[in-house]
Design a binder for this molecule. Structure first.
Ligand SMILES: [Zn+2]
Length: 451
C-alpha cells in the first residue's frame, strides 16, 4: 500500500552483489535468503547483564540474566547465579533495563521516505533511482536505530532492483541497517497499479512490474528471482471504492490462473509470496493459491478467515498507516460514512478472535521510517494483548520470514539481535517507541544507557 489516496481520490474519489566481488558466505546465503552478516573477526566472548530479560516464547520476564555472545551469535542465556563472568571480560551493563529480541517489521518500503503518503508521484516522476537509494540508506539506519533489526521489504515502488543493492551493502557491512529480505519490483496487472490516471498517449513510470497472463506472471517471478528477490510481492487487489452502505469493494487484479502461476513459480525457486489484498476475489485467489501472507486484509470475511486459519496464512495488518491523512481522504470519499481504518478494525478483531496467525508489519515509508513501533499501540488498542503484539514482531515475524533458526528470540544459537527499554513492556507497550539500546549480530548499534 502506498499512495492509495492519490490514485483513488481521482478514480473514485542476488544480483547487484554479482557485479562486485562476493564473499562465499554471501553467495551461499542468497539461495536461502540472504540473512547472514559476515561474522565479526573477533570471537572473544562478550557478556550482557540483563536486569530483566523478556522471554518471548514463555511470555515472562526473567530477572538478573546473563547473555553470552560469541562470533555474533548467542552462546548461552542463564541466570547470573549460574553464569559467572570471568574478570576482565567485555561486559555490557543493561542491569537497569528490560532486554528483548530485536524487532522485525514484515512490511516496509525502504525506497519510500514519505511523511503522509502524499508524495508518491513525485518519487516516480522526479527522483532518480540513485537519489532514492541514498534516501533508503538513511531510512534503514533510522529503522535499525529504532530497534528493527530485521525487515521484509515489500517492493521498491518504481525503483527497480535498488533494494537488492541496499540489502547487499548491509550484508557486506558497508552501511548500517536491519537484516533484509527484499521483494524488488512487485507485480500487478494492467490497470492494477500506479501511476494511473494519465492520458493514453502519455507513458509514465510504473510502481510495479506489470504482467498479463500466466506466462508473463511466471516470467516476472523468474526475472525478479534472477536479480536478487528474496520474496515476491503481488497486488491481488488495488482499486477500491465505498458503497453507500459503508462497505468497501476491491477490484481483483489477477485471474486465479495468474496468481497460481506466480505462487507455483516462487515455490520452485524456494521463495514466498506476499499478497496485498483487501477483500473479494483478489483476496480469495491469493489465499487459495497458497501465498505466505495477506498484506493489510482490511475486510476479511468469515470464509477468508476460515481459509487463512486452515492454511496457516499470515495476516500482516498494517493498522496505523490507515489513520490520519488516509482516514481523512476515505471519509471524504465515503461521504463521511466510513474509512479503511474503521473497516480494518472490525476485520482485525475478527481475525484475531479466530486465531489467524499475525505478523507485525507497518508500511513504513508511507510515513517516516524509524517511527513504526507506534503500530504496537494500534494492535493492542484493537484487542491484541501486549505479549501477542510483541510475539507478532519477533517469533511470528521470524517464522514468516523463514528465519526461525536465526532470529526472533534471545536463545542459544540465534544471532545476538536484541534491544533494551526502560520498564515493563507488558504494562506499557509504548516503551517500544523509546528503544534505548540496539544490538545486531553482537555489535552495538545504539546504547543510550552509557550516556
Ligand atoms: Zn505497502
Amino acid at each position: 500500500m502506498r499512495r492509495c489516496c492519490l490514485i483513488f481520490s481521482a478514480a473514485f474519489l542476488l544480483a547487484a552483489i554479482l557485479a562486485a566481488p562476493r564473499a562465499a558466505w554471501a553467495q551461499a546465503a542468497s539461495l536461502t535468503g540472504p540473512t547472514p552478516v559476515a561474522p565479526p573477526p573477533d570471537s572473544t566472548p562478550q557478556y550482557v547483564r540483563a536486569g530483566k530479560l523478556f522471554d518471548v516464547r514463555a511470555g515472562k520476564v526473567l530477572p538478573d540474566q546473563v547473555i553470552v555472545i560469541r562470533g555474533g551469535r548467542i552462546e548461552r542465556v542463564a541466570s547470573a547465579s549460574e553464569q559467572q563472568i570471568p574478570p576482565g571480560s567485555r561486559v555490557l551493563d543493561l542491569s537497569r533495563a528490560t532486554v528483548l529480541p530485536g524487532l522485525i517489521d514484515c512490511h516496509t518500503h525502504i525506497m519510500l521516505a514519505d511523511t503522509d503518503n502524499s508524495h508518491y508521484e513525485d518519487y516516480l516522476l522526479k527522483d532518480s533511482y540513485q537519489f532514492r537509494t541514498i534516501l533508503a540508506v538513511l531510512n534503514v539506519k533510522k529503522d535499525l536505530e529504532a530497534g528493527f533489526t530485521a525487515m521484509r521489504d515489500v517492493e521498491t515502488e518504481g525503483a527497480m532492483y535498488s533494494d537488492v543493492d541496499v540489502r547487499n551493502a548491509i550484508n557486506q557491512g558497508l552501511i548500517p541497517g536491519p537484516r533484509l529480505k527484499v521483494a524488488t519490483r512487485g507485480i500487478s496487472t494492467t490497470g492494477g497499479y500506479a501511476l494511473e490516471g494519465y492520458a493514453p498517449q502519455v507513458t509514465v513510470p510504473m510502481g510495479v512490474e506489470i504482467v498479463d497472463g500466466p506466462y508473463e506472471a511466471r516470467k516476472a517471478v523468474r526475472e525478479q528471482f534472477n536479480y536478487g528477490a528474496d520474496l515476491i510481492k503481488i497486488y491481488g487487489t488495488d482499486r477500491y471504492r465505498f458503497l453507500p452502505s459503508g462497505k468497501e469493494v476491491s477490484i481483483a487484479n489477477f485471474s486465479r490462473e495468474e496468481v497460481q502461476a506466480i505462487v507455483d513459480e516462487a515455490r520452485l525457486k524456494g521463495i514466498k509470496v506476499a499478497c496485498h489484498a483487501y477483500d473479494g476475489p483478489g483476496l480469495d485467489y491469493c489465499i487459495d493459491a497458497g501465498v505466505a501472507s495477506i498484506e493489510h486484509g482490511i475486510q476479511l470475511d468469515d470464509d477468508a478467515i476460515h481459509k487463512m486459519v486452515a492454511k496457516g496464512t499470515y495476516l500482516v495488518p498494517t493498522l496505523q498507516v490507515y489513520c490520519c491523512a488516509l482516514e481523512k481522504a476515505d471519509l471524504a470519499m465515503s461521504g463521511g460514512k466510513t474509512s479503511r481504518l474503521a473497516i480494518h478494525k472490525a476485520s482485525f478483531e475478527k481475525a484475531l478472535a479466530a486465531g489467524v496467525k499475525i505478523a507485525f508489519g507497518t508500511d513504513a515509508g508511507s510515513f517516516p521510517h524509524g517511527t513504526q513501533a507506534i503500530e504496537f499501540e494500534w494492535m493492542t488498542r484493537y484487542g491484541m494483548s501486549p505479549l501477542e503484539a510483541i510475539r507478532s514482531a519477533t517469533i511470528n515475524a521470524a517464522d514468516l520470514m523463514g528465519w526461525t533458526d536465526d532470529i526472533g528470540a534471545i536463545e542459544a544459537g540465534k544471532y545476538a539481535d536484541m534491544i533494551a527499554v526502560d520498564g515493563n513492556v507488558l504494562d506499557d507497550i509504548k516503551q517500544l517507541e523509546h528503544v534505548k539500546f540496539v544490538m545486531k549480530g553482537g555489535e552495538v548499534v545504539r546504547n543510550d544507557y552509557t550516556k
